[in-house]
Design a protein around this ligand. Structure first.
Ligand code: GDP
Length: 424
């Protein structure tokens, strides 16, 4: 059984919480793309955890966690993240954590180049998380990156390091007029942070295939959402990897296997971190009210998120990209602040009403077409079954289900693990 859990929107939909909850039924949780540029927040009986690289299943002792081939791994950040979790009593060993030998290593100079480029762009900046993600994926496709498996052949690794540092300095020094990076610091970095990880590195494709044959249930956990996908998102305001479900088996290491189910996680309103068009955006007091109600500040960066009403146009597109068989609607409780709830049901583009998500370049000319539906205006955070939800909340869910032509199976009504209502 292979299931993917992916974001329908711009990210921060609450995927971490749903993986934490649903992973109870799974044996393996696997991250298949991205790096430490986003944060999953998971709150359960053991406390509050922010996970940037480790799959959310790490908080369940019986679950095996995999960092797949499609990931970029900042090995220093990983060491620190593992340390923080261990301090809170989470057990991490090669038995419950496996890192793909084909995953790419994010180096300190990738972070440096990310920062130098954002500074160069100044007010034209993209809003990068400055974690080196774009530079490391660029190097991967230039075939000038280091992969986890190379840590086992240090002779070759150090020889390549020499060549790559020479090449990298053409940009660091020549392009940005920054002090050069040295081979010694790169080698030292591998020794300090790479060596201790060696016992976790393996062919995760082989491991996952064997597990699948043995009937184990595997969950693929995405980072960010469909609208941040490198190909299908709002390019160039995207991440640098494939966030969509169809990529999960490839990024995990099992391109030969097919997904059985795609679960899309979709927020009951819209949020977006960073630059780029965001059609349904609220501003001023309206934005402040929703941001405060939802606690919309980035888990990885602390940045205030941009907020707006639920966007039917963008979400329908996200559902299509993710091939979502089921949808989980999260943070419904946040909308309890409203007597009436706005929904963006279409866009107006140059005087014309459109329902299909357009090519990103014209998004800046799109204006939201809003419809108002009745709110429930009471606390729903204690609701645990469908019958306890107010009729207006059920109507809101039905409205979105119809507008987006999707199948909403769960709604989340709070940050805690059990704060969900199973609808079907
Ligand atoms: P992810 O990256 O998709 O996992 O999302 P984030 O972790 O960045 O953001 C989701 C935030 O909302 C986290 O702080 C969660 O604890 C919280 N959260 C998730 N679902 C709900 C919900 O239904 N209600 C409320 N109030 N908070 C939620």
């Amino acid at each position: 059984m292979l299931t993917s859990i992916c974001g329908i929107n711009w990210g921060d939909e609450g995927k971490g919480k749903m993986v934490d909850l649903l992973s109870e039924e799974y044996d393996i949780v696997c991250r298949y793309q991205g790096g430490n540029n986003a944060g999953h927040t998971v709150i359960n009986e053991r406390g509050k955890f922010i996970l940037n690289l480790l799959p959310s299943g790490i908080l369940r002792e019986e679950v095996v966690n995999v960092l797949g081939a499609g990931m970029v791994v900042d090995i220093k950040h990983l060491a620190e993240e593992m340390g923080r979790l261990r301090e809170k009593g989470v057990k991490i060993s090669p038995q419950n954590l496996k890192i793909s030998d084909k995953a790419v290593i994010t180096m300190p100079y990738h972070v440096l180049l990310d920062c130098l480029e954002e500074e160069r762009l100044a007010d034209k900046k993209f809003g990068s998380t400055r974690r080196g993600i774009a530079p490391v994926y660029a190097d991967k496709f230039m075939k000038k990156a280091f992969r986890m498996g190379e840590l086992f052949n240090t002779e070759l690794l150090y020889a390549r390091a020499k060549e790559i540092v020479e090449w990298k300095n053409l940009t660091v020094v020549g392009g940005y007029d920054h002090a050069p990076i040295s081979v010694e610091e790169v080698v030292e970095y591998f020794k300090t942070y790479g060596e201790p990880l060696k016992e976790y590195i393996c062919d995760t494709g082989l491991y996952l295939n064997e597990a699948n044959k043995a009937g184990k249930k595997i969950m693929f956990e995405a980072q960010l959402g469909a609208l941040r996908d490198i190909d299908y998102g709002i390019y160039p305001y995207t991440s640098s990897s494939s966030t969509i479900a169809a990529y999960a088996p490839i990024g995990a290491g099992v391109p030969n296997l097919k997904l059985d189910k795609s679960i899309g996680v979709m927020k009951a309103y819209s949020t977006c971190v960073g630059e780029g068009p965001f059609t349904a955006e609220y501003f001023g007091e309206k934005a402040e009210e929703l941001r405060a109600a939802g606690g919309e500040y980035g888990a990885a960066t602390g940045r205030p998120r941009r907020v707006g009403p639920f966007d039917v146009v963008a979400s329908s597109y996200g559902i299509r990209c993710q091939g979502a068989d089921e949808v989980v609607l999260t943070k419904l409780d946040i909308l309890s602040v409203y007597e009436e709830i706005e929904v963006c049901v279409a866009y107006e583009l140059d005087g014309e009403i459109i329902h299909e998500f357009p090519y990103p370049d014209v998004l800046n000319r799109c204006k939201p077409v809003l419809e108002t539906v009745k709110g429930w205006h009471c606390d729903i955070s204690k609701c645990r079954n469908k019958e306890e939800l107010p009729q207006e909340a059920l109507d809101y869910i039905a409205f979105i289900e119809k507008a987006c032509e999707c199948n909403i199976t769960y709604v989340a009504v709070g940050a805690e693990r059990d704060a969900v209502v199973k609808l079907k």
